[in-house]
Design a protein around this ligand. Sequence first.
Ligand code: SF4
Length: 463
Amino acid sequence: MQKNNSADCIIFDEQAEYCHYVASINRGQDLRYYLETLGCQMNEADSEQISGMLMQMGYSQTQDIMKADIIVFNTCCVRENAEFKLYGHIGELKTIKQANKDLIIVICGCMMQQTHVVEKIKKSYKFVDIVFGTHNRHELPRLLYKRISEKKKIYEVWENSKGIAENVPIERKSRITAFVPITYGCDNFCSYCIVPYVRGREKSRDPKMIKKDIMKLASEGIKEITLLGQNVNSYSYEMDFSELLHYISDIPYIDRIRFMTSHPKDLSDNLIKAMKDIPKMCSHIHLPLQSGSTNVLKQMNRKYSKDDYLVLINKIKQSIEDITISTDIIVGFPGETEEEFEETLDVYRKAGFDFAYTFIYSKRNGTPAANRQDQISDDIKNKRFAKLITLVNEMTLKSNINDESKIMQVLVEGRSRTNDTMMTGRTRGNKIVNFKCEADCTGSLIDVKIIKGHTWHLEGEMI
Ligand code: SF4
């Protein structure tokens, strides 16, 4: 019997009232917001809600931080780099605020779920006006109203989630593809990962709400959706994940369905079958391996062995023709020996990954792995990382060359950023394809013949 991690639903109505109050105060003024998002797709999805709420409160977006009346930094603490980025920017914010006393500075997101970070902001960055966390993101309208009307600094972070906020306005970045969160938080407690501590225990959204969102997206012209969660495979709310895929698969005008991320320990035969049976399912799966050593995986608390992983990969490849498989790899986990690192390279070759996201292990305060005494030196981590990157690039190129002469369906996302005679889009396997096209065919599904495979993209021609 699968566990049920269904979430209570927080309806946005009360916050909608605050949106209305702030909008009334702002009426007649040309106010702008600048929003910077650090981190993963989940944060991107959260930022789309933040944008949606700000627009309802009368702000329009600017890409020029100097012209903003409100600046929002949506932070991430999953990787050290994202943390460095916030602290790199925060000094600059002080200078901007000195030049514009009415400016409102908001810092939110995963980093704010850590008490020591909020304390540091209170003490050292007094020019920050509002701080909130991941669990009370939907309360931005009330917090902003309070800031404007009471003129006090606001630090409000909920320790735990009280449910999932529904009907929050969303301003999408793309008019073609969209993220749809289906779960929030994570129960897995991988020993290197901060997510369960800052995003809380796993909660699944009501499938009816998910379907309603997707129907709205379809009516707005969205063609492809990506169902999001830290571990979508453990979705559970009156139905499991494979059933959810069937439940949403008949929504008209949605041509493609993707999902991420999948934890290998929870990837069921039913899911593989659903991917095979539902025509809209894209032939791509992102399945984080993290390490190819069973010993390291055990210390990471991943709950699968190297052999389990390889068996799973074979099963997926045998069941779904032409599937693209990508992965995440961490090098330099505490105690990782040279032989264990070599095992990762060996599994990488055996699995035949098409592409990978690679990371150097960095300590996350509060996680078990951060307290270990056997941390790997930067020098060794960097050498291993360079070796891994060489293999990843070699195999990605091989996979892309293997696509030459194939005809692939591409969902066109727009003009190429580097060459405006080329259009760019993605295959069902999630590979980027650039191809020549005079007319702007953004949003169309087009058959393209692959003429050359490069390391970072495929080059094609329309047929
Ligand atoms: S599955 Fe592991 S790595 Fe992924 S979010 Fe959960 S704890 Fe972090």
